[in-house]
Design a protein. Sequence first.
Length: 280
Amino acid sequence: MRYGASTFIWVSPFSSKTLNLLDKAKAFGFDVVEICVEDPGTLDAASVRARADEVGVALTVCGAFGPSRDLSSEDVAVRGNAFAYLKRCVDYAALLSSPFVSGPMYAAVGATRMLDARERAAQWARAAAGLKEAAAYAAERSVKLAIEPLNRFETDLVNTVDQGLELIADVGAENVGLLLDTFHMNIEEKDIPSAIRRAGRRIVEFHACSSDRGTPGEDHLPWRAIADALRDVGYEGPVVIEAFTPEIARAVSIWRPLARSQDALAREGLANMRQVFEGA
């Protein structure tokens, strides 16, 4: 098993000025660093790739999808901006040898509206059409797209594994799969291991996140059963710890410290996940 750390643990936004985080993640024992591309203008892919190669960590790419990056928007200009941004993330992934781009790329995070059936169907269709076009662009560069279901407080479109699988089916592209995050699954899934098994081979990336967004393993989640389910479906991707720096606490509704420090969260979370997945 390979273990990853999201740059969101320590900084927002990640940039070419914070490449020392690659060194830190490697020193802590992580194999992979998930680069969160909030502002593409702050990242020079060549320097990031060179530092990663020097340090000896693999890289993956995760997108950030705010109101101006909404593939499901009624506004054609917003959809165009979202597609252009997603293309840049795919280009970064290709340059950084990331096998995928992940995130809730179907809509804007925080968009929660009580739409009627007709409006919801139209939103869904716009998202599927945008993802189909993005998937074709990504396939030409041997990059996958990993759609992340979010909890009901962060999106109104895709909350569960089953909805994610439905959207993937409507997109109809072999290089589109799922990013599963246990924080969101804890809210939305009735049985996390069963949901993992339903996702099966469509799982492209897995986020091992605490039920409270603190240190994974220091919570009530059924981690042994989760690990067994991932083994049962033959998951071979990284297990990535995602947590959020205090700089963006308000955006993710974190109002209190969730660990002694971000470093402690990363170190202790990694130790817990190693124990879960390896019995060490």
